[in-house]
Design a binder for this molecule. Structure first.
Ligand SMILES: Cc1cc2nc3c(=O)[nH]c(=O)nc-3n(C[C@H](O)[C@H](O)[C@H](O)COP(=O)(O)OP(=O)(O)OC[C@H]3O[C@@H](n4cnc5c(N)ncnc54)[C@H](O)[C@@H]3O)c2cc1C
Length: 415
């Protein structure tokens, strides 16, 4: 084996993992990070708790990934169990929560980050250069031989590029990799933000910001009310629309079609467990039986207190009207709000709030058994920069880690 020099562009989840694997094998590594610190995004994942993977079985795992046929080799080579073992061996105790989401026992994403950093930070064969902005690759005869960073040339036998996507740009992921790889002939599928809240024609009052409503049925329909996708789960209200776990999942499913200009509507059923007829009858009956109570108090029967004011306003019901004076029109209006609220989707909450990027480096141009570029020899592409994304639940970090391990191992094998 001839130890080689590998330049890794980007010290995020993928770059840090690749550096660990290469360093352990005695390879010389130069890890270049644009920001003043490494792993800024990794440290805020999972609301600061880092949902590093998911403990579900292989087939279920792959069903959450956009291109399972591309990812399966990398996953089988370093799967969720391998990842959990990796961190446990580095001293990070793990726990599995609802939905088989895996977190560090400490609930600290920084523990995951420091576990990745500790064996490379002071290793003799690893140099980490921060505030180092890579602009170009150096290519000779369709083979990468180095990079240009901060206007200087750094030579390398191999380059792994893992500059991430475009979400949360303040963490350093500003889409540089798309431009760098386009310049050397790679095709980039238009990046769009996903796992993101949806903006609707009418949002909710600011006072309801982040109000969580559990167990809603969400239907996304076209203008003729044909269902595009349906999901059940929890949402949060927003001044500009709706967010929360189920909306993030839906956003990923509709993003491409919406981006291409399809008209879409968000339909929220706040009471999916009761049929329209039954709820209608229940509302009318309650108006009668609670005849001396006012509307504001009666409506509390179906929703949390903060939502009452919005219902009264949107349904044009006077809060002081007594039950016996509430009409069939009021009953129908309330029924509409609770079961059939429909708003046109006018966009999403954008790059600053999205969790991942859909789109990226075309998978057709990457060897799925090695992560090597099919266009440029000795160049490897990993992580979110690839046209590969997944649902929430720890799947996206596993993509970053598995593809990094495969690229690093391929370099080791070829040396
Ligand atoms: C708020 C938030 C929460 C998330 N929570 C989870 C979660 O709990 N579980 C999960 O599975 N996924 C989560 N994700 C997604 C996950 O963080 C990403 O998919 C993952 O970090 C991608 O890893 P990466 O290494 O490919 O890219 P990144 O982590 O984005 O790292 C890319 C690195 O490259 C650097 N870089 C960029 N351009 C250059 C350049 N020109 N020169 C040098 N360096 C450069 C950047 O500064 C950055 O450090 C979350 C994302 C966000 C935004």
């Amino acid at each position: 084996m001839k130890p080689q020099k590998t330049v890794i562009i980007g010290a995020g989840a993928s770059g840090l993992m690749a550096a660990n694997v290469l360093a352990k094998a005695g390879h010389e590594v130069i890890l270049l990070e644009k920001k003043h610190q490494c792993g800024l995004k990794l440290r805020i994942t999972g609301k600061g708790r880092c949902n590093l993977t998911n403990a579900c079985g292989r087939n279920e795992y792959l069903s959450h990934i956009s291109s399972p046929e591309f990812f399966e080799y990398a996953f089988d080579n370093f799967n969720n169990t391998d990842l959990m073992d990796f961190f446990t061996q580095k001293g990070v105790e793990l726990k599995t929560e609802r939905g088989k989401r895996v977190f560090p026992q400490s609930d600290k994403a920084s523990d995951v980050f420091f576990a990745l950093l500790k064996d490379i930070e002071y290793a003799d064969n690893v140099r980490i250069i921060k505030n180092c902005d890579v602009k170009h690759l150096i290519i000779n005869n369709q083979k990468v031989t180095g990079v240009i960073a901060n206007n200087e040339k750094i030579t390398a036998d191999n380059v792994i590029i893992c500059t991430g996507g475009r979400t949360y740009p303040t963490t350093g992921s500003t889409g540089d990799g798309y431009r760098i790889l386009k310049l050397v002939g790679h095709r980039i599928t238009e990046p769009i933000p996903v796992l993101v809240g949806l903006r609707t024609q009418n949002g909710y009052p600011q006072a309801l910001q982040n109000l969580e409503i559990k167990n809603c049925q969400i239907n996304i329909t076209d203008k003729d009310k044909n269902i595009i996708t349906s999901r059940f789960g929890d949402i949060t209200l927003d001044e500009y629309g709706v967010a929360g776990p189920v909306i993030l999942t839906v956003s990923r499913e509709i993003a491409r079609q919406f981006d291409e200009g399809k008209d879409m509507f968000l339909n929220i059923d706040f009471k999916p467990k009761i049929t329209e007829d039954k709820l209608h009858a229940e509302i009318s009956e309650t108006f009668k039986s609670r005849r001396t109570e006012n509307a504001a108090s009666i409506i509390r029967k179906w929703v949390q207190k903060p939502l009452v004011e919005d219902i009264l306003k949107v349904c044009k019901i006077n809060p002081k009207t007594m039950g016996y004076k509430l009409t069939e029109r009021d009953a129908k209006s309330l029924l509409w709000y609770l079961k059939f609220r429909r708003e046109e989707i006018i966009g999403d909450m954008g790059w600053n709030e999205a969790i991942v990027t859909q789109g990226g480096v075309s998978l057709k141009e990457i060897d799925r058994f090695t992560m090597e570029s099919k266009k440029v020899k000795n160049l490897y592409v990993t992580g979110e920069l690839l046209d590969l994304d997944a649902d929430t639940g720890g799947y996206n970090l596993q993509i970053a880690f598995s593809t990094a391990v495969l690229a690093a191992q391929s370099i080791i094998k070829n040396s």
